[in-house]
Each structure stands twice: as structure tokens, then as C-alpha cells.
Design a protein. Structure first.
Length: 462
């Protein structure tokens, strides 16, 4: 019988053991758990709570367990409930009673809070790195296709011409906000909870600051009851991941639409498409579709965790064990999606002719005609009406705007003169020369700025 069941007169029911065990998934925290235990042991020795000799033996034992796990030699026994008990039990095998000293001035409640914080901190760093890699892919494609004009859409109807670089950099901005959000979550995750004990704090003279420093934390928690029962940081990670997945899902949607035969704006590289089992002509954008699909499970994890937390009285409750799968799944899903997107974007080909052709229906310049009339003194509402009539007229005649002659323009407004015949997608774009606009000078500046941001993030800032 496990040593935490000594008060009971019966062994645990098998179904209960299975139901309560977190070992199938929390074994993933072994490194964090062992790092926490080693720091704890050092601190106990430093404070004279255990001897240095004992501490050294315990640390050696913990390191041995770590390499056993890494080599796949460790036996995970479900009846041991969780990763903390599994490691401690193995330490008993190796050291006998000495292992019993490890849990001095500590509870599994602050121990799991520590492990989860260490895990989340690491996940945030990985997420930031993947975000920056994807941002870089977007900038590479934007720069390579700097002069390519495409139709900008509203309501998925061609609206105004834009540079494709401008369109791609919109996603750069979204991902930058994501990165800022994750960095912000990091501040509140970076807090060391050991010393909270089960809930009340501990009765030993431990050095929490030393532990915090040893484990690389920024701060120590200030209320033991909060520290063992708070999982805000998990929820915040999943919330930031949900937003980021939502951004990826929007980009996925565009990739799917753009690579359809109807649009044919882009071609995904053969290494990033899948085939159909019966239709040999198919090149399917499965990575984009799956990312769009997986967005739902991350949202699901967010709702699951919010719901798990919402009615728990202070302090620790076993409900908290539900935090792990929700967090692990969100981290895995987000990192995999970011990685696949970086590869897919870097390798895709923009089909310039098709983007040109599609903007060729030059009614997309209607707003520019209205703006032109305004520049000649017309008020915008009238200018809008005149241009609408002009487009109707051209459509009835089956003509593009650039096939109309000046007489046809002048019939609708005497303010039109021959400059209007020179209006084009490029001239339209050039007029949007305002910070945040699609004019080439502005997009050049945006690319430069984006590169600086990427460089900074590679150096560890954001
Ligand atoms: N497996 C538990 C969890 O994930 C660890 C803490 C157990 N604490 C306890 N009092 N049963 O939350």
C-alpha cells in the first residue's frame, strides 16, 4: 500500500486508482518536477534543515531518476497517482528512508503549482520563437513580391487594390499582438509558489528567495492559499493561444480560398499539399484546413478550464488536475500549427498574372474616381453617386473603365478631365501614402520595421 494510504483499512478500488491517476499525462512534467526537487533539496541543506551529505545523496538519486526516465527505463506505475509520487517512490527504492526527507517543507499542492509554472514559462518561450519564425516567413514572401498588386476585399467582394505585401503584413501585426500577449502572460506566470505548502505556508525556516533564484523565477508568490489554487496563468496561456489560433485560422481560410482553382492566386509547394485517394488531380491544402479545424479544440480547452475553475472553493481541489491536458493540448496544437504555417508560407508561390487579371476588372478603382471628383471640388456623397452611375453605364456597355473615353466620363460630370484616363491600380495604390496605408513607400517602411522587430525578438526581446 502506498505510504499516503496508511490511515485507510482497504486498498484503493482499481477504478478509483485509474480515475484519479494523472500519471498518464503528467509524466511530461518530470524534468520540471526533478528540477524543483533538486532546488528544494539544495535549499533545505543551505538552511540546515537537512545535512549537506544527505542533500548530495538525494540530488544524485534525483539525477539518476532523470536519466532513467530519459532512457525509457523508468517504470510508470499508475497506482502511484502522479509524477510526484512516482519520482518519490523511485527515490525510496534507490535511497531507502533518506528519500523521506525530500518532502520536508513542501506539499504536492505547491509542487504541482511549481511544475505547471515552469512548464508554462518554457511553453511561452517556445511559442514566442515559433511566432517570430512565422512572422519572418510572412516578411520574406512580402518582400519577394513587393510590387504585386491584388484586389483587397470587403465582404469577399473586390474593394480596392492593395499590395499583397500589405495584406500579408496585416498578419504580421496580428502575430505581433499575439507575441505581446504571451510576453505579458509570462510576467504573471513567472512567480515561484513553493513555501505555500498544502495551503497555509510551511513551518520551516525555508529560503523562498533562494529557491526562486535557483529556479529562474522573477518573483515569489505572496499568498499561500492563492498560490496553490490559482491557475490563471494556464487560462491566460490558453486564451492567448485561442486568439493566436483564431488569427492562424483566418490566414488558413485565405490560403484555402487563394489556392482554389477559382481564385488561383497562390500555389502551395508540393511538400505542403496532400493528395486525394480517388481524384488524382487534387492538391489539397490540408495543413491550412487542419489548423482551421484545430482552432476549435483550443477554444474548447479555454472553456473547459474556465469552467473547471469557476466554482472551486479555496484552496487546492483535485479538480485542478484537469489543467494539464487542456494546457498540454493547447501548447502542442499551437506550436505545431505555427511551425507548419511557417513552412507552408515560406514555400508558397504567388501567381502574379492571376492577381493582375483579377484586378483587371478595374471597377475596383471606383473609389479612386470618387476621390478624384472630390479633389476637383465635388462633395463626396455626390461623387459617390456619379461614380456609381459611371460604373452602371460601363457595365451595361460591357466595358472596363479604361475603355471609356473622356466624353463618356464628362457626360456624368464636367469635373472629369483627361488625367482620369491615366488612373490605374498603381496610381490608386500610390495615393494611399499614409502611415498604415498600402502605398509602396509605406509598405517598404513596414517591411523594414517588421524586420527590426524580428531581429529584436531573435535577441530575446519582443
Ligand atoms: N496530480 C495532482 C494535480 O495535478 C497533484 C497534486 C495532488 N495533490 C493532492 N492533494 N492530491 O493537481
Amino acid at each position: 500500500m502506498s505510504h499516503i494510504r496508511k490511515r485507510f483499512n482497504a486498498p484503493a478500488n482499481k477504478k478509483l486508482v485509474q480515475f484519479t491517476s494523472s500519471l498518464p499525462f503528467d509524466r511530461r512534467l518530470y524534468k520540471h518536477d526533478i528540477a524543483g526537487s533538486i532546488a528544494h533539496t539544495k535549499m533545505l541543506a543551505k538552511q540546515g534543515i537537512i545535512s549537506l551529505k544527505d542533500a548530495n545523496c538525494m540530488i544524485e538519486g534525483l539525477n539518476d531518476i532523470s536519466s532513467e526516465i530519459e532512457k525509457g527505463q523508468f517504470i510508470f506505475r499508475d497506482e502511484l497517482e502522479d509524477i510526484h509520487m512516482a519520482i518519490e517512490a523511485r527515490l525510496f527504492d534507490l535511497l531507502g528512508d533518506l528519500a523521506g526527507k525530500l518532502h520536508t517543507a513542501r506539499s504536492r499542492n505547491d509542487q504541482i503549482a511549481l511544475d505547471m509554472r515552469l512548464f508554462t514559462k518554457e511553453a511561452i518561450s517556445q511559442t514566442l520563437k515559433c511566432l517570430s519564425d512565422l512572422q519572418q516567413s510572412l516578411v520574406v514572401v512580402a518582400e519577394k513580391n513587393k510590387d504585386v498588386i491584388m484586389p483587397g476585399y470587403t465582404h469577399l467582394q473586390p474593394a480596392q487594390p492593395v499590395l499583397i505585401a500589405h495584406h500579408l503584413l496585416a498578419y504580421f501585426e496580428m502575430l505581433q499582438r499575439d507575441a505581446e500577449r504571451f510576453s505579458d502572460v509570462q510576467k504573471r506566470t513567472d512567480i515561484m509558489p513553493i513555501g505555500s505548502g498544502a495551503l497555509a505556508g510551511v513551518a520551516y525556516d525555508i529560503d523562498r528567495e533562494f529557491l526562486s533564484h535557483e529556479l529562474g523565477f522573477r518573483k515569489i508568490s505572496q499568498n499561500s492559499m492563492d498560490a496553490v489554487s490559482d491557475r490563471d496563468f494556464v487560462i491566460e496561456y490558453i486564451a492567448a493561444a485561442s486568439l493566436c489560433m483564431m488569427h492562424l485560422s483566418r490566414l488558413a481560410e485565405e490560403i484555402i480560398i487563394w489556392s482554389s482553382a477559382e481564385f488561383n492566386f497562390i500555389e502551395l509547394d508540393d511538400s505542403f499539399v496532400t493528395g486525394s485517394s480517388i481524384m488524382p488531380q487534387k492538391k489539397n491544402p490540408d495543413a491550412a484546413e487542419l489548423t482551421r479545424g484545430k482552432t476549435g479544440r483550443v477554444y474548447g480547452n479555454l472553456i473547459a478550464m474556465l469552467t473547471t475553475m469557476k466554482a472551486q472553493p479555496l484552496a487546492y481541489n483535485r479538480d485542478l488536475q484537469e489543467d494539464k491536458e487542456a494546457l498540454f493540448d493547447s501548447v502542442d496544437t499551437l506550436l505545431a500549427s505555427l511551425e507548419i504555417f511557417a513552412g507552408m508560407i515560406t514555400t508558397l508561390k504567388i501567381i502574379k498574372e492571376n492577381l493582375d487579371r483579377s484586378t483587371g476588372g478595374d471597377y475596383i478603382l471606383a473609389t479612386d474616381l470618387a476621390d478624384y471628383l472630390v479633389s476637383k471640388g465635388e462633395n463626396f456623397r455626390n461623387a459617390h453617386g456619379i461614380t456609381a452611375k459611371l460604373i452602371n453605364y460601363a457595365a451595361k456597355k460591357g466595358k472596363a473603365l479604361n475603355q471609356l473615353n473622356l466624353g463618356e466620363y464628362k457626360r456624368l460630370s464636367p469635373l472629369f478631365n483627361k488625367e482620369i484616363l491615366a488612373i490605374s491600380k498603381s496610381s490608386s495604390i500610390a495615393t494611399k501614402n499614409i502611415v498604415g496605408g498600402t502605398a509602396p513607400q509605406q509598405v517598404d517602411k513596414a517591411i523594414k520595421k517588421a524586420k527590426e522587430i524580428i531581429l529584436k525578438s531573435k535577441k530575446g526581446g519582443f
